[in-house]
Every structure is written in C-alpha cells, then in structure tokens.
Design a protein around this ligand. Structure first.
Ligand code: ZN
Ligand code: ZN
Length: 89
C-alpha cells in the first residue's frame, strides 16, 4: 500500500517517512546521516539519522521511546530524493 501526499512544492507524490532530525537538517544544511534498514524493500525506505541509528543499534528495536524521539515526518518522494542527495553528497 503506498500512500500519497500532497506536497506544497511538488504536488501529489508517494509519501515517504524520515525522522524529524533529517527533516530539519534539510533547512539548515547539516549532515546528519541517512540510514535505513536493508530489509526495507520499499522504493523509498523509511530513513533516520546517524544519531537515531546508534540508539537503534544499542536497543536493537524501535521502542516506543525511540519512535517518539524520532518523531517521523511524512514527506513527498521528491523532497525525499532532494534530502537524500543533500545528505549523501
Ligand atoms: Zn533522527
Ligand atoms: Zn515535495
């Protein structure tokens, strides 16, 4: 099931999820990492920052607390690609 989001910049696009830290880094040009699970086979896997990733490695699972502090944001696939390029450049 892929959901769509109506992006104010790009119009109707597939919806993607990223942690709030990456979503905010996009505005400030900070490099925070771009991590996702190798088991996620979606075209646009859910992504999170290096900070979230090191917590995830310690806990070995997405706990409720982890999920709350990651506070996932929905972005359109086009925004996702832009941020991915920014983070990986
Ligand atoms: Zn994060
Ligand atoms: Zn967009």
């Amino acid at each position: 099931m892929s959901h769509e989001v109506d992006c104010c910049k790009h119009g109707k696009r597939p919806a993607t999820l990223m942690c709030t830290h990456i979503a905010h880094a996009a505005d400030t040009d900070n490099k925070v990492g771009f991590c996702y699970s190798g088991q996620d086979t979606q075209e646009f896997p859910d992504v999170w920052c290096s900070d979230c990733n090191s917590k995830l490695l310690k806990l070995n699972a997405w706990t409720k607390e982890m999920f709350e502090q990651a506070s996932f944001k929905v972005l359109c696939s086009h925004c996702y690609i832009e941020i991915k390029e920014q983070q990986q450049s």
